[in-house]
Design a protein around this ligand. Structure first.
Ligand code: ZN
Length: 316
């Protein structure tokens, strides 16, 4: 057991967001000490200005992730980039999130100042029976898309897909999508908060309708919608380490430790979130809801206990 090595792990303090569609599962299922019955999001690994996680372990305790990225790039294998590239959240929806779409990096750099576009992916952690997600749409042409949006034909436009825990879905920029009520998932995404909202169920939030971004959405939605069923992976693999996706923005893995496991990733750094169970990393105890970064040069990692981890990194 290599207890000294585990002192290099950078554990982070998550940030929480309350929302009209939030609930209580982030507290009851994940043990986060966050009051309220409208808790929607846990930003577990984030250097975004909206929530810049503070390190709570090791020699960098007290520093923000954006500061580690700026001043200690050696921790990340000198990976390039102005801003820390990835963001990990757990999202728990009691009711439906707004239907939305994100731009790609090119559209974002032309139309939004100083931000990345947003590619994201979801690993479903918990889902009430009969739950679904929205991914894709049914318009055949851009003219038909615009007509359906302008006339509020949402039921005809949007495409629901049935999901169960263990399902993984990639949401490329331009994909109409929404998380529906009853679903808790881990989202891995580019470090961006650019969202074009197209429909919010006419809900009032603090007495007002939330802003919609219909023109931007009409610009960026991919038409026709790619067949999303090809992008859904059901994680029924018996492998201890299962690669869920590799795209140009990130790679995502599901790791299951049943009684003991050695893992080593040939990547500059890894983001890890314990999403079920508990155990230890090189003797350092971890449990469901913990988020940490494995820095450059960590080497072989020895996992013990009974737990599931979602890990992500930059692609090779
Ligand atoms: Zn999204």
């Amino acid at each position: 057991m290599n207890q000294v090595n585990s002192e290099k792990l950078i554990f982070l303090r998550p940030g929480f967001y309350h929302s009209v569609w939030g609930g209580t599962k982030l507290r009851t299922m994940f043990g986060y000490d966050e009051p309220g019955d409208d808790v929607g999001e846990c930003w577990g690994i984030s250097a975004h200005p909206k929530h810049d996680c503070v390190a709570i372990s090791g020699s960098f305790a007290g520093m923000k992730l954006s500061e580690l990225w700026r001043d200690h790039r050696e921790l990340f294998g000198d990976a390039p980039g102005e801003v820390f590239p990835l963001l990990t959240k757990i999202i728990s929806a009691q009711s439906d999130l707004s239907i939305q779409v994100h731009p790609d990096d090119d559209y974002a750099s032309d139309h939004e100042t100083g931000t990345l576009g947003k590619t994201e992916c979801w690993y479903v952690l918990d889902a009430d029976p009969g739950s679904s997600l929205i991914a894709g749409h049914n318009a055949k042409t851009r003219a038909e898309l615009c007509e359906m949006i302008d006339n509020g034909r949402w039921d005809e436009l949007i495409r629901h897909i049935d999901i169960t825990p263990g399902d993984f879905i990639q949401i490329d920029p331009g994909t109409v999508h929404a998380i529906c009520g009853g679903v808790t998932l881990l989202e891995t995404q580019e470090n961006s908060d650019i969202t074009y909202r197209i429909y919010d169920y006419d809900r009032l939030v603090d007495g007002k309708l939330r802003e919609l971004h219909l023109q931007q959405a009409k610009d960026v939605i991919t038409v026709p919608s790619p067949d999303i069923s090809g992008l859904v992976i059901h994680d029924d693999s018996a492998d201890d380490v299962f690669k869920l996706i590799s795209c140009k923005e990130y790679e995502v893995y599901r790791i299951c430790c049943r009684d003991g496991l050695g893992v080593e990733f040939e990547r500059p750094f890894m983001l890890m979130s314990v999403v079920d169970g508990s155990g230890a990393v090189d003797g350092c105890e971890v449990k469901k809801g913990d988020h940490f970064i494995v820095p450059y040069g960590y080497g072989l990692m020895s996992l013990t206990g009974d737990m599931k981890i979602i890990a992500s990194c930059l692609p090779a």
